[in-house]
Design a protein around this ligand. Sequence first.
Ligand code: NAP
Ligand code: F7E
Length: 323
Amino acid sequence: MTKSALITGITGQDGAYLARLLLDKGYKVHGLVARRSSDSRWRLREMGVEADIVYLDGDMADACSVQRAVIQSAPDEVYNLAAQSFVAASWNQPVTTGIVDGLGVTHLLEAIRQFSPHTRFYQASTSEMFGLIQAEQQDENTPFYPRSPYGVAKLYGHWITVNYRESFNLHASSGILFNHESPLRGIEFVTRKVTDAAARIKQGKQQELALGNIDAKRDWGFAGDYVEAMWLMLQQDKPDDFVVATGVTTTVREMCRIAFDHVGLNYRDYVKIDPAFFRPAEVEVLLGNPAKAQRVLGWKPKTDLDTLIRMMMDADMKRVAKE
Ligand code: NAP
Ligand code: F7E
């Protein structure tokens, strides 16, 4: 029998990769899409899936629309990827971030509890919940210490998922995913900002690149690998929480070197430090331990940082050349 899935945040980076994965597995894929005044489906077109999705109008802040989407899609699996996901913006829109990334999760869990309790639920939790890290390498047992309104809102989303699992016996799992990137990453995130700028500088369309704290370290993986882990979590007999990471951490500075090197440039000649891109509170370093995901889900990252950045550079070089 064809399985039905509902993806919130389907127009985002992970939504596009997950939609492709589920369609390839034969699912009927529904996407909750918030009304926007400009086109938000470009990633779905890039993935070649735009015409294969059933679109449902709704917003995570609007409980009625979330409830209607659950009833209309009659999902076997719900993947809650919708969020205001840019950490830096969360200090400027702390309340919206709290409603969408935090309370919005309750809207969805409550709709599942009332109308579709057999549905399996995935929550997009984040390494930002570790924030000011309490262990050198973070795993499912590491205490949380979020450092931004985004991290705080996501922590609420995480705990309400655990709570609904324990209170109502829902099959609700939480993936604590470390940073994952791709050519479909939003341009405001540092990896895409760097690969886009390196491509422009190489092609004479930009002179320099202004960045913030380039000594920050992140555990970066490939979004295409990470959506497989999401799917695997919902195929388990028992719901649970899993860290998804590569187990390698790298500075933003080194990531710049890899990107600029790839097009034969030295990043030191172009990168300028601009205090405007520093954050009110920084997450200096993140490093995940994916051992449980490997042991229980049989999941391992397939793409290293060098390969990932080269993939992003190649895509940006082509895109910038066409502009
Ligand atoms: P993204 O590219 O920013 O996509 C976010 C999605 O949420 C978009 O489809 C966006 O719609 C939608 N959205 C925003 N506000 C909404 C609202 N009020 N109602 C309904 N939809 C709304 O994020 P991503 O990188 O794919 O990440 C997917 C999820 O994983 C997010 O929850 C993120 O916080 C979490 N996460 C990401 C990472 C990472 O490194 N990428 C790591 C850990 C966790 P529009 O296109 O219309 O804006
Ligand atoms: O920043 C530093 C910045 O914005 C990474 C989201 O997907 O991953 C993402 O959050 C680091 C930070 O991602 C610039 O200060 C320096 O230390 O690419 P980012 P993020 O904040 O780690 C987590 C796991 C999520 O859940 C989030 O949704 O890079 N940095 N200079 C800069 N960052 C940006 N954006 N721009 C700069 O100019």
